[in-house]
Design a protein around this ligand. Structure first.
Ligand code: ADP
Length: 546
């Protein structure tokens, strides 16, 4: 017997419609590329998203068409998130930090019909335009006063485009399983792969973001600042979740340095901010240098790569801000876990609590997780045995967009997605990353975790950043090389670092050599590029093999 309840489709347009109706005077504040701070409300955001939808129809955009954005976190980008998807087209967020060839691949693969770009990226697109075959026109996200002269074909100014349009627009009642958004992973190996979000997955993910134990725990009492870019995994879903909650949004535009973030956080009374460890280390440094404080921030959400213990200690200990760790991937919606502590852990001594917070969190409702060995057998949840993390759930991808080979490799017959992350899981369900499969170092048949080595190294007060990679070794197969960036003015030596590490990791894990560099290469998403490092050190010979 079926229930007798309404089958209302879950659509992204319902999120902005709700925010406009019930939180119509709640603000969205943006630092613009042009410079000044822009502020308006959810009611105004919806009105302009509707003008945009009319404009897109006028351009001939139809259901299922891909429309790309290349833009910072700002109000026009919010309008595109809702306007494109609300219409039934697919909002394809392109990461401008990718290599040129990857951008070309992605735009062609997605068959984007139009690209909406911030002023910052007009020059980049001009250099690529001849290779972006499917693109019929470009919309520069600015007003007529700032519209540059450009060689982009069919270039239109955003404000001119939507200014001519009526506000009246009825969001169509779409099938909730239709695609709403498209994001490609940076693809450090092989071609980038596309995750095609649906309306349903996006709304369910947003509901999840508003539950009390979620890292974001979004509500209308919060002022949320996503530092994580809207061009990378939909800013962890925050634009959609904030609308569902009716939370005030503060968008940092192109300025992500410690000083700019601090200024915005204080002025707008931001209570919750989300970003990768690198961004928070920059903010910490700014606070340390200036002696300034954060008087409104309650929660700092960190994810995307493993945060060092020192980051958690500094924010919680020195600034009284709760750090919440999250794990996820483009393919998982993206947020799949929460690092919020269970009740039974809340009275543990600080050090023990921080140890749990360093883990990548436990599954949120809706996300199933298991860890498996090479043969695909489930491994025990003992906090020690490591295996590949497999996930499935209503906001996890079921295939890659237009890529059968990559899909066949990552999705199994029972509907599990192989994450490529090696994890342990403890009896409470907290997962702990030891590595990405391709980054593990295999020495004498045993695995060394590059992440554990890096974390141990960055606990040293004179180390700013560290990366461990495998170097071929005649006897052991592979041995770890540690590549380190010292803090400004620091003089720590390789021998001193090895002595420091000896107290933290097994003896056979100690790196054979420590080399110091001025800077580490980073991927488009701010993570250390092991791929680039492996290339750079491809011919490196370790001391005892020389
Ligand atoms: P990209 O490879 O383009 O950076 P994603 O942004 O989807 O793609 O990155 C997902 C990967 O980031 C995960 O598979 C994992 O390796 C890493 N990651 C995400 N969150 C964390 C975290 N909290 N701690 C450690 N690694 C993380």
């Amino acid at each position: 017997m079926y229930g007798l309840m309404m089958k209302t489709p879950l659509l992204t347009s319902s999120l902005i419609a709700y925010a406009a109706d019930y939180h119509g005077d709640t603000e969205i504040v943006s630092r613009t590329v042009e410079g000044p701070i822009h502020r308006y409300t959810y009611a105004q955001a919806q009105a302009r998203a509707k003008r945009l939808a009319n404009a897109l129809l006028g351009l001939g955009v139809r259901r299922g068409d891909r429309v790309a954005t290349m833009a910072w976190n700002g109000y026009r980008h919010i309008e595109l998130y809702f306007g494109i998807s609300g219409l039934g087209a697919v909002c394809h967020t392109v990461n401008p930090r990718l290599f040129a060839d990857q951008i070309v691949y992605i735009v062609n693969h997605a068959e984007d019909r139009f690209i909406f770009a911030d002023l910052t990226f007009v020059g980049l697109l001009e250099t690529l335009r001849d290779r972006l075959r499917p693109v019929e026109g470009y919309v520069v996200m600015t007003d007529p006063a700032h519209m540059p002269a450009t060689s982009l074909p069919n270039a239109i100014c955003y404000e001119t485009l939507i200014g001519e349009q009526p506000e009246a627009f009825e969001w169509p009642a779409l099938d909730e399983d239709l695609a709403s958004g498209l994001c490609y992973t940076s693809g450090t190996t092989g071609n980038p792969k596309g995750t095609l979000y649906s309306h349903r997955s996006t709304v369910l993910h947003s509901f999840s973001c508003c539950t009390a134990d979620h890292p974001l725990a979004a509500s209308c009492r919060e002022v949320i600042l996503p530092v994580v870019p809207m061009f990378h995994v939909q800013a962890w879903g925050i634009p959609y979740a904030a609308a569902l909650a009716g939370a005030k949004l503060v968008l940092p535009g192109p300025r992500l340095d410690g000083e700019s973030l601090h200024e915005l956080m204080e002025r707008e009374r931001v209570t919750m901010a989300a970003g990768v460890p690198t961004v928070w280390l920059g903010l910490l440094q700014y606070l340390a240098d200036t002696g300034k404080t954060l008087d409104h921030l309650d929660n700092l959400i960190v994810g995307g790569s493993a945060p060092p213990l020192s980051l958690i200690e500094a924010f919680e200990g020195d600034h009284g801000i709760e750090v919440v760790h999250a794990w996820g991937m483009t393919e998982t919606g993206p947020v799949a876990t929460t690092g919020r502590l269970k009740r039974k852990f809340q009275d543990l001594p600080l050090e023990a609590r921080h140890k749990i917070k360093l883990k990548q969190g436990r599954a949120l409702y809706g996300v199933e997780m298991k860890i498996v060995d090479d043969a695909g057998h489930s491994l025990p949840h003992d906090g020690k045995t490591a295996g590949q993390l497999m996930v499935r759930g209503p906001w996890v991808a079921s295939a890659y967009f237009g890529d059968e080979a990559a899909s066949a490799a990552a999705f199994d017959a029972e509907g599990w997605f192989a994450t490529g992350d090696v994890m342990t899981m403890d009896p409470d369900g907290y997962i702990h990353i030891t590595d990405r499969i391709k980054d593990l170092i295999k020495s004498g048949g045993e695995w060394i975790s590059s992440i554990d080595l890096e974390n141990a190294a960055t606990d040293h007060p004179e180390v700013a950043e560290a990366a461990a990679i495998a170097i071929a070794h005649p006897k052991w197969g592979e041995r770890p090389l540690l590549i380190v960036v010292r803090r400004d003015g620091a003089e720590v030596t390789g021998a001193q670092l090895r002595a420091f590490l000896a107290a933290k990791v097994a003896k056979w894990w100690l790196p054979d050599e420590v080399v110091f560099v001025g800077e580490l290469p980073h991927t488009a998403t701010g993570k250390v590029s092991k791929f680039e490092l492996r290339k750079r050190f491809a011919d490196h010979v370790l001391p005892d093999a020389r």
